[in-house]
Design a protein around this ligand. Structure first.
Ligand SMILES: C[S@@+](CC[C@H](N)C(=O)[O-])C[C@H]1O[C@@H](n2cnc3c(N)ncnc32)[C@H](O)[C@@H]1O
Length: 378
């Protein structure tokens, strides 16, 4: 098996969850910037990230230049890239694409870098082709975030990095709009989030089955099925059960699925014992769900049932939380599902699961949801 090194670039929508998704899919990564990670991996790395939600692109044969508060000119960057190209840019046509992450690096302009670098590399054996190049050289100007939409504990310095765009890079996932599905309700989870929850649930290896006990219109089931994972979906509402079936037939995904009517806290009785499941779901929530305890017993009962069904499984969910979650580190006094997060984590442990990752996502002005990844508590 060939070993290769790659740098992956993450979507600016949620750098923290980009890094967590990369860890879940790939194992240990070296974080170079909040939206950039370096990894040495075997052949299947591109396969493993091909279904990711927040990985923007992958670069091969990279080189980099840290910028420690000193001025760097476009000409210097172009010279470094041109030197690198002698060893790493194969013959054939090429193009240079510069992109900024965050606020970029000093006053470096993308356009100047593209023009100067192209001019230095250009030769008879390596002509420029902007339309349809054989190789695309990407120069990343990565700086601190100018307007981060969510709090992130990771600070980023300035860094210029370049490499060859891996042709299998597919870009941040958005998925077709759920309104195009035959069965749509406003509760439908955004495909990007549904895909993200499924990918995060790979954190202890590829799941045997994706189980969604609150399947609604099937948003999570569809993403799991598109990734080739077997799905067991259920909902208390028979209209949702029918609707998920209709949607699953319509997408004609790549895997087996079963949809049944069942209360979420009885899924172990419905499906029996199945090792290695991932339980991926967004539980029901009302307008003020983060301040009311309505859904709490249901959540805890569901977690206990999941544990009984698959004691070595993984849970990935989203819990309604106070919008304060977006502005700083998650504190134990944050309101999540009507109670403080510290005591809620203890209640979760009593069901047999332990929180490994939590990260807030903005829903609207007065609601955020905490993406929560859990593993067995023992
Ligand atoms: C937020 S929605 C899930 C949306 C879904 N992820 C989608 O993409 O359409 C929550 C679902 O939980 C279901 N539900 C409510 N109480 C339930 C219970 N006790 N057991 C199982 N399902 C329940 C509702 O019928 C609703 O479909």
């Amino acid at each position: 098996m060939q070993v290769r090194s790659l740098v992956i670039l993450g979507s600016g929508w949620h750098p923290h969850l980009f890094r967590e998704e990369a860890r879940a899919l790939l194992g240990p990564i070296e974080v170079l910037h909040k939206r950039m990670a370096f990894l040495t991996q075997s052949d299947d790395v591109i396969d493993r990230i091909s279904g990711a939600s927040l990985i923007d692109e992958a670069l091969n044969s990279t080189s980099r230049l840290w910028v420690y508060n000193q001025e760097i000119t476009p000409d210097e960057v172009a010279s470094h890239v041109a030197e690198w190209s002698k060893s790493f840019l194969p013959e054939g046509t090429f193009s240079i694409r510069a992109r900024k992450l965050g606020s970029g690096v000093g006053s470096l302009s993308r356009r100047e870098i593209e023009v100067m670098t192209g001019a230095k590399i250009f030769s008879e054996k390596k002509p420029v082709n902007l339309e349809n190049p054989d190789h695309e050289v990407v120069v990343v100007l990565a700086g601190p975030d100018d307007s981060p939409s969510q709090w992130d504990e990771r600070e980023s310095g300035e860094l210029v990095l370049w490499g060859l765009r891996d042709p299998a890079s597919i870009g941040t996932y958005s998925g077709p709009s759920p309104t195009e599905r035959p069965f749509f309700k406003p509760v439908t989870l955004d495909p990007r989030l549904a895909r993200l929850l499924v990918c995060l649930s790979f954190s202890r290896g590829k799941p045997s089955v994706i189980v969604d006990p609150f399947c609604g219109t099937g948003g999570i089931a569809i993403e799991a099925s598109n990734l080739g994972l077997q799905v067991l979906a259920s909902d208390l509402d028979s209209r949702m059960v029918e609707g998920t079936r209709t949607n699953m037939e319509w997408v004609s995904g790549k895997s087996e699925y079963t949809v049944k009517r069942c209360p979420a806290n009885k899924i172990h009785e419905l499906w029996g014992n199945i090792p290695g499941c991932s339980f991926v779901f967004d539980p029901p929530y009302g307008r003020n769900a983060w301040a009311s305890e309505d859904g709490l017993d249901l959540l805890l009962g569901t977690l206990a049932s999941a544990r009984a069904m698959s004691p070595n499984g993984t849970v990935c969910t989203m819990l309604p939380s106070s919008p304060k979650a977006l502005h700083g580190p998650i504190s134990d006094s944050l309101q999540v599902m009507g109670m403080d997060w510290g005591p809620l984590k203890e209640r979760i442990i009593e069901t047999g699961w332990e929180v490994s990752v939590c990260s807030p996502v903005r829903v609207h002005k007065s609601l955020s949801r905490l993406v929560v990844l859990c593993h067995p508590a023992d």
